[in-house]
Design a protein around this ligand. Structure first.
Ligand code: FAS
Ligand code: PHB
Length: 388
């Protein structure tokens, strides 16, 4: 089999890249190791930058997010039993869109089906060959049969644990990492969200986040030690801990209910450079991970796709400036989002090893944010998304 762009990974970045390229007349094949149901069963991101919404519209996948997404003009930050609001609209003129990654992925799969896009599920043993030559190819097995896919380029959209990044020689690849000494225990419940906007709560017992998917589906998180397991937490224990960490007025009105999903996600900051090796491009989580505190993971995957999509379209029109500068351009935005996600995580979480002085610094940082319009404008412009 032959295609122009072989895409490894059928998560949001692989599907969005495939959809955009197909609409531009460029042939792709997506190779995904899991089933579609498995991919759709993963509960992950909840907030889209406006730039990401515009990318979905450009891909012809904007209808449902425009109809069902929840535009938010701001968010709350809470500390020591009081909250204050960061007004995105006043500081930036922009909003964010609350719309779950599951729905983004569902919409992208539907669009791929409508265009008869080639997405192959259940592949195993994906291996990239000749990425540093002019004739790369990918091999894989499907139902025990070996296959070869010849291509012009390979897009590694296969996430943090994928094969793409590992294909780049250690002598070429530079990795930067910070692993945080805690995780997020997340719960989905078919209850009305406690607040019409998100609440990011700093508390000495640990961070908490009140979010949502829609008016009847709430999403909550509490910071937990890395040694915890989701099954260690009963629903009652989760709700009691969440109520301890958010302001009293929110805790009093919180409507609890049975969890329909409960999982723990570890937190790390990670970047791999470069994001290109020969004819292999790394995209999204294959190249970088952010702690979800800044709601940047999915949004960075989308901006990577933006740079690579335009670069590949230009290539097939005879101009290689876009693909030649892909890594430089993508990393410039990645590092700024890494900084923001790291700063939000440092500001809002309880670090076991933090001493008394560092604890005071955290409180002073929050007091400064509460009192300074300039500090709030800075948080707002990062949260809604820096320019592509
Ligand atoms: P993905 O990991 O989504 O997709 C990669 C795909 O490649 C997967 O479907 C995988 O099955 C496939 N794959 C892997 N190896 C393969 C191989 N060898 N062959 C074929 N296919 C292969 N971001 C936020 O903004 N907010 C959040 O709250 C948030 N929560 C998260 C919770 C968890 C547990 C995780 C892991 C991530 C979370 N993220 C969050 C980040 C997340 O949303 C990612 O940024 C987003 O999924 C990135 O999309 P992709 O780059 O497409 O990678
Ligand atoms: C979510 O709703 O899952 C969510 C929202 C904002 C974040 C992280 C996760 O920063």
């Amino acid at each position: 089999m032959r295609t122009q762009v072989a895409i490894i990974g059928g998560g949001p970045s692989g599907l969005l890249l495939s959809q955009l390229l197909h609409r531009a007349g460029i042939d792709t094949v997506v190779l995904e190791r899991q089933s579609r149901d498995y991919v759709l069963g993963r509960i992950r991101a909840g907030v889209l930058e406006w730039g990401a919404v515009e990318m979905l519209r450009e891909a012809g996948v904007g209808k449902r997010v425009d109809a069902e997404g929840l535009p938010h003009d701001g968010t709350y930050i809470a500390t020591r039993n009081r909250g204050f609001r960061i007004d995105f609209r006043r500081h930036t003129g922009q909003q964010v869109m609350v719309y779950g990654q599951t729905e983004v992925t569902r919409d992208l799969y539907a669009a791929r089906d409508a265009m008869d896009g080639k997405v192959i599920h259940g592949v195993e043993g994906v291996t990239i060959h000749g990425a540093d030559t002019d004739a790369p190819h990918v091999t894989y097995t499907l139902d025990g049969t070996g296959h070869r896919l010849d291509c012009d380029f390979v897009a590694g959209c296969d996430g943090f644990h994928g094969v793409s990044r590992k294909t780049i020689p250690a002598s070429v690849l530079k990795e930067f990492e910070r692993v945080y000494p805690f995780g997020w225990l997340g719960v989905l419940s078919e209850t009305p969200p406690v607040s019409h906007e998100l609440i990011y709560a700093q508390h000495e017992r640990g961070f908490a986040l009140c979010s949502m998917r829609h008016a009847a589906l709430a999403r909550y998180y509490v910071q937990v030690p890395l040694t915890d397991k989701a099954e260690d937490w009963s629903d009652d224990a989760f709700w009691a801990e969440l109520k301890r960490r958010i302001p009293a007025d929110a805790a009093e009105t919180l409507i609890t209910g049975p969890s329909i999903e409960k999982s723990i996600a570890p937190l790390r900051s990670f970047v791999a450079e470069p994001m290109r090796w020969g004819r292999l491009f790394l995209v999204g989580d294959a190249a970088h991970i952010v702690p979800p505190t800044g709601a940047k993971g999915l949004n960075l995957a989308v901006s990577d796709v933006h740079y690579l999509y335009h670069g590949l379209v230009q290539h097939y029109q005879g101009e290689d400036e876009g693909i030649d500068r892909y890594s430089e351009r993508a990393l410039a935005r990645v590092w700024k989002s890494e900084r923001f996600s790291w700063s939000m995580t440092t500001l809002l979480h309880t670090f076991p090893e933090r001493n008394a002085f560092e604890h005071r610094m955290q409180e002073a940082e929050l007091d400064y944010l509460e009192s300074s319009d300039a500090a709030q404008a800075s948080l707002a412009e990062n949260y809604v998304g820096l320019p592509y």
